[in-house]
Design a binder for this molecule. Structure first.
Ligand code: AMP
Ligand code: MG
Length: 281
């Protein structure tokens, strides 16, 4: 089985996160060892995004979810670094504003879905409405429990418009989270990221795991699969995510558009322009 199918949550399957090793790193022994493949994946993403941008027939939506410090920000950075900024956008979803809360839960999300030719990354997403909202009873169960189907239908509609959807659940262990919190405390460059909420949410770890499992089971569909990315090792996380993105872009059979002009004519015009500019000097 290839890496991509191994990471994908098969639609309809059960997910038990405690059976998954967040420190998994496949056959790679270290960041150095993985570097060659990572560089290849990144080069493939760069080349294929350029085609996606030129062709304007497909869009790619990448959804990132994971507990605090799982690496959503780092993954955004890593993915986007491979891509031409003209064809990409990132949208982070925070606590909803009053205006957002006055609308249905997909209202704030829909305008940020990438258009044809574009790659969009969601740093958190509509899935918060079956995660934090569920864990903290922000709406009654009768409401959030209907959202899985609503999300599947929404995503189905997007794929009908040639939006390919990739959803990555970045999975870290509670020990790894504590070690990342420690780094944040120790490193002045990371201290700005510390929030009280991170510690509060940590107390709800088991409830989050239950909510993640339901999300992964109920919303990994053939048209918009979830991938579980073991993320204790940042280098493996980047390798795995870039592998899945690269393979998915390859499957799209992207093609740069044919030139809209007659190239022989244009070549003649070019040579005439060269002649003229020489004559002018
Ligand atoms: P961060 O991603 O660290 O900037 O934090 C964003 C915060 O917004 C997290 O604590 C999320 O749980 C919270 N958040 C995002 N979406 C929602 C939502 N739909 N309802 C409530 N809280 C949300
Ligand atoms: Mg945070």
């Amino acid at each position: 089985m290839g890496l991509r199918s191994k990471l994908r949550v098969q639609p309809g399957s059960k997910v038990r996160l405690k059976d998954i090793d967040a420190s998994f790193h496949g056959d790679y022994t270290s960041a150095e060892h993985a570097k060659e493949d990572l560089d290849k994946n990144v080069a493939r993403m760069t080349e294929l995004q350029e085609k996606l941008y030129g062709e304007k027939k497909h869009a790619l939506l990448i959804v990132l979810q994971g507990i605090d410090s799982a690496g959503k920000d780092g993954t955004c950075w890593h993915v986007l670094r491979a891509m031409n900024p003209q064809g990409t956008q990132v949208k982070g979803f925070k606590q909803p504003t009053e205006e957002e809360l006055a609308h249905d839960f997909l209202w704030r999300v829909h305008p940020h879905v990438p258009g044809l030719g574009q790659v969009g990354v969601f740093n958190r997403s509509h899935y918060e409405d079956v995660l934090v909202v569920r864990v903290h009873d922000l709406v009654p169960k009768s409401i959030w429990s209907e959202r899985y189907e609503l999300i599947n239908d929404f995503e189905k509609m997007l794929t009908q418009h040639n939006v390919t959807i990739l959803k990555f659940f970045l999975y870290i262990s509670p020990e790894e989270q504590l070690s990342r919190f420690r780094q944040r405390l120790d490193d002045p460059a990371r201290q700005w990221k510390i929030s009280e909420a991170d510690y509060k949410e940590r107390d709800y770890w088991d409830q989050y795991i239950a909510a993640y499992e339901d999300m992964l089971e109920r919303c990994s569909t053939p048209h918009a699969p979830w991938y579980i990315i073991p993320s204790n090792h940042k280098w493996y996380r980047n390798l795995a995510v870039s592998h899945v993105i690269g393979k998915t872009l390859e499957d799209m059979k992207l093609k740069l558009p044919e030139p809209t002009v007659n190239l022989d004519d244009i070549r003649r015009k070019y040579h005439a322009a060269v002649e003229k500019s020489r004559g002018g000097n």
